[in-house]
Ligand binder design. Structure first.
Ligand SMILES: Nc1ncnc2c1ncn2[C@@H]1O[C@H](COP(=O)(O)OP(=O)(O)OP(=O)(O)O)[C@@H](O)[C@H]1O
Length: 584
């Protein structure tokens, strides 16, 4: 129960709703328990008449009519209160569910990139949906049913004892048995439904991968083996579901069996007492009604216990994420205005999950308005430099200065807001092309969107679509070609008009002619901006103010294009090789 204490703040937030809900629950159950008494009295009136104790038939009829009207009235009011009880307690549980989901979501937004690398997407989704649903069962139904159970049992038991102690004890004999067996059964059901859930997520993951990789599947013609793989998981999932249903199927028969035993005891013991003249017939019926009213709350004890245990396990998982401290923290709340000077001072960086030292003792400096091109073999550390400039990670050793301020001391949000980043693998949202560009500047006008698209040399492609800028892109922008996606992503960075522009190998999917056009446009738009261009092509780097060449995390060459083509090494080799390819 320790993990669930986390929810106390929500209970305190909604204390009035919960208190009113509890009060209404008590009232509704008090009323519901009046009905067996009125029925008992009515039957006793009839019995007394038959036995000649009362003789006035009109009086009997009158009494019965009054009792029937009271029963109807009480049932209507009890029903109304039950409705209010759900409206307060269950609605409160939905409000807490909403708050908790928001809290988790905000925490997800706060957590650093590393957190997302360490945890699987499915797990993140599960904790905010499945786990929160289980916790809701604790804050809503579990509390409601527990209140129900307590009120019904305390009041019902008191009423029964007052009528007949012996009959009460016999009637209640099967109840502990009922509660324990439902508890055991609930545990089995929980265990089996967890397995079913696991298979369900296996199936979902399998299908998600298959749909995302549909191109590969179709082009390799491996549909049959995919179907076989699906069949195997689906088959196992079916078995687990059948297992679960077997346990589920026992639930109601078990309850009916134990209710039946209680009723039999009432009839048998009550019948004997009736024959001995100890009780009237109305009492037997009254007790049978109590058995029916009390069965559900007693059965629910086991169910609620299992519900609380599941909620506890889910809350432990939720707390694990909620208690994580973001690795990258903002330490400065005052505004940081960037000029665009970037300096790396003896920067070393090791990815802590793989222990790969991606950068070793990196030193360079770029002034505001300058362009730095970064070249190097794959895995040499180019993207890592960019990730450090955006402060997606903090350096392991050394310092990054932004206009002479260590990056860790600058306002994190301001730094990121003043960086326009085009990643290697651009991501487009399932939205219109226009909105995907506008993502870089929410209040951008149509003219600004078009200007950015023109600079990214994608405008002509967009207007060819029937809906132009209003063309909706599918999941991950599948309707666009790789090069078009890259250029929409470039337009998104340009429209932001940031102080620092970063292009991470984002011209790889466009032909050299388009690349030339984009680069010449960029030269215009990036006049007062610091620009980082990562590339494998000399053509992207040649006009840069500075070029650095990385190898295994170290700078092996630096200078301008003219300097580097004269120097023996990686850059000259690459230049000659690409020159040759162009000529061919
Ligand atoms: N998130 C990560 N976690 C662990 N290791 C990583 C991570 N990202 C990159 N690395 C490792 O760090 C090294 C440098 O990677 P980086 O992506 O910076 O290279 P790159 O020069 O940009 O390569 P490419 O040209 O292929 O994009 C590689 O060995 C890579 O495996």
């Amino acid at each position: 129960m320790k993990a669930l204490q986390y929810l106390n703040k929500y209970f305190s937030k909604y204390k009035w709703r919960i208190l009113i809900g509890i009060l209404i629950t008590i009232l509704s159950k008090l009323l519901a328990l009046k009905i067996p008494q009125i029925i008992r009295d009515s039957l006793n009136i009839v019995e007394d008449y038959q036995n000649g104790i009362t003789t006035d038939i009109e009086e009997v009829k009158h009494q019965l009519l009054i009792n029937v009207l009271i029963i109807i009235g009480v049932a209507i009011i009890a029903g109304f209160f039950t409705f209010l009880m759900r409206q307060t307690i269950i609605v409160t549980s939905r409000l807490i569910e909403f708050d908790l989901k928001n809290e988790i979501y905000q925490q997800y937004q706060r957590l650093s990139l590393n957190f997302y690398k360490k945890n699987r997407t499915g797990d993140l989704m599960n904790r905010i949906s499945e786990d929160v649903s289980k916790v809701r069962m604790y804050v809503g139904p579990a509390i409601m049913y527990s209140m129900n159970m307590i009120v019904l049992f305390v009041v019902g038991f008191t009423q029964m004892i007052q009528v007949d102690v012996k009959l009460t004890l016999y009637t209640l004999i099967p109840f502990p048995l009922l509660s324990i067996s439902i508890f055991v059964l609930s545990k089995v059901i929980h265990k089996r439904s967890t397995i079913v859930q696991q298979y369900l997520s296996k199936l979902t993951t399998f299908n998600q991968e298959f749909f995302s990789g549909i191109n590969v599947v179709k082009s390799y013609g491996i549909e049959a083996s995919i179907i076989k793989g699906f069949d195997e998981i689906a088959d196992e999932s079916k078995e687990k579901n059948i297992n679960l249903q077997k346990a589920n199927a026992l639930f109601f028969p078990l309850m009916i069996l134990l209710i039946g035993i209680s009723n039999l005891l009432v009839i048998y013991i009550g019948g004997k007492q009736y024959i001995n003249g100890e009780i009237q017939i109305g009492t037997i019926i009254e007790f049978m009604l109590y058995v029916n009213i009390l069965t559900w709350p007693v059965a629910v004890v086991g169910w609620v216990t299992s519900m609380v245990q599941q909620a506890e396990a889910s809350q432990v998982r939720i707390n694990e994420f909620l208690e994580q401290v973001p690795e990258i923290q903002n330490t400065n709340n005052s505004h940081t205005e960037l000029k665009g000077n970037v300096t790396f001072k003896e920067v070393t960086f090791t990815y802590d999950d793989t222990n790969i030292t991606a950068l070793k003792n990196i030193n360079f400096s770029v002034k505001s308005g300058e362009t730095l091109a970064i070249l190097g073999n794959t895995g040499s550390g180019k993207s890592t430099i960019i990730e450090l400039i955006s402060r997606l990670y903090d350096t392991t050793k050394g310092t990054i200065l932004l206009d002479n301020t260590p990056i860790k001391e600058a306002n994190l949000n301001d730094v990121r807001n003043q960086i326009g980043f085009v990643p290697q693998d651009p991501f487009l949202f399932s939205d219109t092309i226009g909105n995907n560009i506008k993502f870089g500047k929410e209040d951008a006008t149509k003219e600004e969107i078009i200007a950015a698209a023109k600079n990214a040399v994608v405008h002509n492609n967009i207007i060819e679509f029937t809906n132009g800028y209003n063309t909706i892109l599918g999941e991950r922008g599948v309707t666009l070609s790789g090069g078009q996606k890259q250029r929409v992503s470039i337009a998104r960075a340009i429209i932001k008009n940031p102080k620092i522009l970063i292009f991470d190998d984002c011209l790889s999917a466009v032909d050299t002619e388009t690349e030339e056009k984009i680069l010449s446009n960029l030269e215009k738009v990036s006049k007062n901006k610091t620009t980082f261009i990562i590339s494998h092509r000399v053509s992207s780097a040649k006009n840069a103010d500075k070029i650095i060449v990385l190898d295994k995390g170290e700078i092996i060459q630096q200078g301008t294009h003219n300097q580097l083509i004269k120097e023996k090494g990686y850059y000259k080799d690459l230049y000659e090789q690409q020159l040759l390819e162009k000529e061919i």
